[in-house]
Design a protein around this ligand. Sequence first.
Ligand SMILES: [Zn+2]
Length: 258
Amino acid sequence: MLVDSHCHLDFPDFAAERDAIVARARAVGVDTMLTICTRLDEFDEVHAIAQAYDGIWCSVGAHPHEAKDHAALEPEQLLAFASHSKVIGIGETGLDFHYDLSPRDVQERVFRAHIAASRASGLPLIIQAREADREIARILEQERPPPGVLHCFSSGRALAEAALDLGFYISLSGIVTFRNAEELRAIARDVPLDRLLVETDAPYLAPVPYRGKRNEPAFVAATAAAVAMLKDIATEDLAAVTRENFFRLFTKAIPTAQ
Ligand SMILES: [Zn+2]
């Protein structure tokens, strides 16, 4: 059994065939998926998807790209949504200085509102960090939120180590299968097994051998196989340990019966 710790099942890419996509994931053993909220005005739709399927959970948050539309966000707004039974995490949030689609100071303010909501609810943060390693490390070290996850990890070693020191988990996406990702693989080899998660970030970033196609949760199996090779363990063992890690971190999620 496998967990896809980060996907976007509400995106229009999936609208016409969501049932089929969930069925294909289950057919390859992906029984648990965390579908991620990126804008508060889309929460209802994300939440409805989680409500509709066993083993699908959701988050509440505003992606750093969307921070400009959430500039006055207060932790209480997130907490109001976080009380729903299927909401298990806060995010995705963080800093994305690659695209800079929102002003950096607004991204930081909105990130700190998510941190406050994580602290108040005890729900883990789901963090997007892109070309902002030093700033993310500084904010986390200052705020010391409860453990969360650096999703779709593609940052440098220093941020991985800072996050691990704070009890955070590292989630690997299809990027780890890309030919030019040697540096990421070197970092992944050194992340303790009990702090690793795997994800698709579907519809983006399909792993090899699907690279370039639309990604979907079933493909997390390819990422898990690649990470198992890196860790020199069987794919079933990697699947089992990342599943255990997921439920240890996201304590509000209930495992489906196996
Ligand atoms: Zn995402």
